[in-house]
Design a protein around this ligand. Structure first.
Ligand code: AMP
Ligand code: MG
Length: 500
């Protein structure tokens, strides 16, 4: 690329953590306008490893034996650079709660490596909470242990559910107090992603009147992440279509498992259609379509049932940012396809959740009516009502399933459902349903229990126990059923805010 930084090869730290990675500083092919090169701050007196994740390590061909190496712990806290890569903070802008927020950027995140693994996949290694950057604005560049535990567990839960997401490699405690509503333990989360580029990256350059940078960035993303489109006539249009489709599929995945993101600002929207920037997210317990997980979201802009429409709004903001690159009528036409794509993607997931095979007239209404019945009378438990649906033909199964509901309507719905199943006998149905209806999601009370165990009891092993469930959420885990249960008394309405 013509703007490639000719000094890139000269200033990479040769010393540092060197696990044999093939470093590929792909983001440095973009001009310096896209980032600030800077070392991490070395937050805290000396980090302690809280947890490291073998599944994520495998993405980097990293042997988990390295977790015991002090250099690994130092590297994933920003105390030791990664050999061959000069860390950088990215600049982006975005719309927050529907308003243009201007410049944001990696205020407490730092890209510390880009690694090309043996399968030739590119992975960003990014530290969250490793100190201030030029984009910190009023913030302190820190992250608190509480929210890092939540992101650590949830990104792995989403991966286990098969929903595209950033991953979590490691979590360290900085042993530094961080001031929020009160002083809390600080932490650094190391996350992995094929890219951390957001809708807001494009908005940044568009709204600063720099269309040539929008074009460079689009071609960078296409080259690195949509190589099939390279050299194609109309590649920008095809790429935008792919982004719309991926985003629609992502949100369909969220709605199907009952995940509310909580802060769907355009700066938290991945250009690759990944779930990213876990904050005050929540999985549904009792089904409430208007569930608001973010207690700072007073207007309910990011309520559970608004997510599909908000994603469309965010794609519109992205389309505006691409208007110098793609003709407006084309952008409109592509955006116009979002709703149908979402509906199709969600309907396909609902068919799977209900165990329906070849489409029969009335299937759509059957699925919609189940959701309506689930929402009534205080709400059936979203996860368990679907999970137990696979057992309604077994002895005692119908009674167990009906116990999730307060309403007699559930029994009428069950009658319709059984009649529908009779049309299409399938001995493999229950097993297939159990592969799409998870037993274990990261319920808020489970996350809170993990936080209490780590912070109050120093019980880091609790994270292991929970990760085993979340990384295989469709399996039965005998002895661990308690973690699949709705919130116990006193843990129903735990407050989660943006303050993290
Ligand atoms: P978030 O709500 O975490 O997605 O963050 C929104 C913006 O605020 C991003 O630009 C973050 O980098 C920045 N930010 C959030 N928390 C902090 C912090 N503690 N210090 C510096 N910047 C922050
Ligand atoms: Mg963010």
């Amino acid at each position: 690329m013509s703007h490639a930084d000719p000094t890139a090869a000269l200033d990479r730290p040769a010393a540092g953590f060197a696990p044999g990675w093939r470093i590929d500083a792909s983001y440095r092919k973009l001009p310096g306008d896209f980032y600030t090169l800077m070392p991490a701050e070395k937050v805290g007196p000396g980090p302690v490893l809280v947890h490291a994740n073998a599944e994520a390590a495998a993405l980097l061909d990293l042997d988990p034996a390295v977790f015991g190496d002090p250099d690994f712990v130092a590297a994933v806290t920003g105390h030791l650079p990664i050999a061959g890569f000069q860390p950088l903070a990215m600049v982006y802008s975005g719309h927050q709660f529907g308003n243009w927020a201007g410049q944001l950027g990696d205020g407490r995140a730092l890209l510390v490596a880009q690694v090309r693994n043996a399968r030739r996949e590119l992975w960003d290694v990014q530290l969250k909470g490793a100190g201030m950057t030029p984009y910190s604005r009023m913030g302190d560049g820190r992250a608190v242990l509480r929210s890092c535990i939540r992101e650590y567990l949830c990104s792995e839960a989403m991966a286990g559910l098969g929903i595209p997401t950033t991953r979590a490699l490691a979590l360290t405690a900085t042993r530094e107090g961080v001031r929020r509503e009160q002083v809390e333990p600080g932490a650094v989360l190391t996350r992995l992603s094929p890219s951390h580029i957001r809708f807001g990256h494009f908005e940044h350059f568009h709204h600063n009147g720099r269309p040539e940078m929008v074009a460079l960035l689009a071609d960078h993303v296409i080259t690195e992440h949509f190589p099939d489109l390279l050299g194609r006539e109309g590649r920008h249009e095809a790429w935008f279509r792919a982004v719309v489709d991926r985003t629609a599929d992502l949100i369909a995945g969220w709605q199907a498992v009952g995940f509310a993101h909580g802060v769907m600002n355009t700066d938290n929207m991945s250009i690759l259609g990944l779930t990213m920037d876990y904050g005050p997210f929540g999985f549904l317990d009792a089904f409430d379509p208007g569930f608001i997980c973010n207690h700072s979201d007073h207007g309910g802009r990011y309520a559970f049932d608004r997510q599909p429409a908000v994603a469309h709004w965010n794609l519109h903001a992205l389309a505006v940012a691409l208007s110098s690159l793609i003709p407006v009528p084309v952008l409109k036409e592509v955006l116009g396809g979002y709703e149908a794509r979402f509906a199709e993607s969600f309907a396909m997931r609902m068919r799977g959740k209900l165990g329906l095979g070849a489409p029969v007239e009335g299937d759509g209404a059957l699925a919609a009516d189940l959701l309506a019945v689930m929402a009534r009378g205080g709400g059936a438990d979203y996860t368990l009502a679907f999970r137990d649906l696979a057992t309604v033909e077994e002895a005692g199964g119908a009674e167990r399933w009906l116990a999730h509901f307060a309403e007699a309507e559930a029994a009428r719905w069950l009658g319709r459902y059984r009649a529908r199943l009779a049309v299409e006998p399938d001995p493999g149905r229950a097993a297939a349903m159990n592969r799409v209806n998870p037993k274990y999601v990261l319920r808020n009370w489970v996350a809170e229990s993990a936080i209490r165990a780590v912070q109050q009891e120093g019980d880091f092993a609790m994270l292991d126990r929970i990760l085993v469930l979340l990384q295989a959420p469709f399996d039965e885990h005998p002895g661990f059923e308690d973690y699949a249960a709705p919130p116990p008394a006193g843990m129903q309405d735990l407050s989660v805010s943006c303050s993290s």
